[in-house]
Design a protein around this ligand. Structure first.
Ligand SMILES: Nc1ncnc2c1ncn2[C@@H]1O[C@H](COP(=O)(O)OP(=O)(O)OP(=O)(O)O)[C@@H](O)[C@H]1O
Length: 309
């Protein structure tokens, strides 16, 4: 901006810079830097023990960093003027007093946070829990508890939403609902940062991904770009697999054969395979470019860096 004013969206940008957390024996997060933009859903991905939860907890000032900073709209969480109106978070499946109804649970939070009481009903409506508003928490299913947790996070109508594994325990309908809900929040210009292990779901949900492993950044960017940066494969079916394999052996291609006429070729693109087949007089029954999915990209990028530390 030329006038020195912060951009209107910047109050919802998350910036993680050099963030580090050393526990006694474990370097849980190691000099991690990334940004999360408003108006987009960002998937925060990493193998078990990669440091996702620790990072989110540092962002929310629940864990003190050993080094580095994590800011929301340029401020550390404790410096936010009105944190509940700025940031909503769901870090684990919601817990509430077992005998309390869903709506009363939210009203207690509203009272403590100085939010208007009617926000409780509005937040329940937002997550589709109105029919269960006056039922006791102990009778809630896991999916209903997840929704109640999100309702609590939405009480302050925050610009930034941070969720740790929100799809855990949801059935397919619940996952679909969650996807639509989070995409809707991003479309309103909010920042949505969501950690998950469900890579196929992330491919549908996320605009951007931040992939970490062993506490360090592995890749950040729009999902399409991250997937596009990986080599594509070419899938060929031919009754003359041996001839085509021999023809390709002269170039940069790597060929895997299933011994039954199916070849998976990397290192060259589909037109190159087609030309090689034509030149060798090989009959093709299938020639397809295989775009890797997020799961394959994730496994390739984190290979050797996964594992419990
Ligand atoms: N309070 C703690 N004390 C000691 N070590 C911890 C603590 N919290 C986390 N760790 C360690 O830090 C590392 C990162 O853990 P973290 O929970 O942040 O990973 P994660 O990416 O969220 O994993 P998961 O996908 O399994 O939930 C792990 O090795 C974990 O054992």
């Amino acid at each position: 901006m030329t006038d020195g004013q912060p951009s209107p969206t910047n109050d919802a940008q998350i910036v993680v810079s050099g963030l580090t957390k050393q526990y006694r024996n474990v370097l849980a997060v190691n000099n991690l830097s990334f940004t999360v933009e408003p108006g987009r859903v960002t998937g925060f991905l990493g193998p078990n023990g990669a440091g996702k939860t620790t990072t989110l907890r540092m962002l929310l000032n629940l864990v003190t960093p050993t080094a580095g900073t994590a800011t929301i709209g340029g401020h550390r969480y404790p410096a936010l003027a009105d944190p509940l109106r700025h940031v909503g978070a769901v870090l684990e499946a919601s817990s509430a007093h077992k005998g309390r109804t869903g709506v009363n649970h939210l009203r207690v939070i509203c009272a403590a946070a100085g939010l208007p009481r009617e926000r409780a009903d509005q937040a329940l409506e937002l997550v589709g829990l109105t029919p269960a508003a006056t039922r006791k928490f102990k009778g809630y299913s896991l999916g209903m508890k997840q929704r109640l947790g999100i309702a609590a996070a939405m009480l302050g109508d925050p610009r930034v939403l941070i969720l740790d594994e929100p799809a855990n325990g949801l059935d397919p309908e619940g996952i679909r609902w969650m996807r639509g809900f989070l995409k809707g929040l991003a479309a309103e210009g909010r920042t949505v940062l969501v950690s998950s292990h469900l890579l196929s779901e992330m491919q549908l949900l996320a605009d951007d991904v931040v992939i970490i492993a062993a506490g360090q950044l592995v890749r950040q960017g729009p999902v399409d770009q991250v997937i596009g940066s990986m080599a594509q494969g070419v899938r060929v079916r031919t009754p003359q697999a041996d001839v085509l394999t021999a023809a390709l052996a002269e170039g940069p291609a790597t060929v895997e054969s299933d011994g039954q006429g199916l070849l998976l070729i990397s290192g060259v693109d589909a037109p190159a395979v087609g030309r090689a087949a034509l030149a060798a007089g090989v009959e093709l029954h299938e020639l397809t470019t295989e775009r890797p999915d997020l799961e394959r990209v994730f496994l390739e990028l984190t290979a050797g860096k996964a594992g419990i530390r």
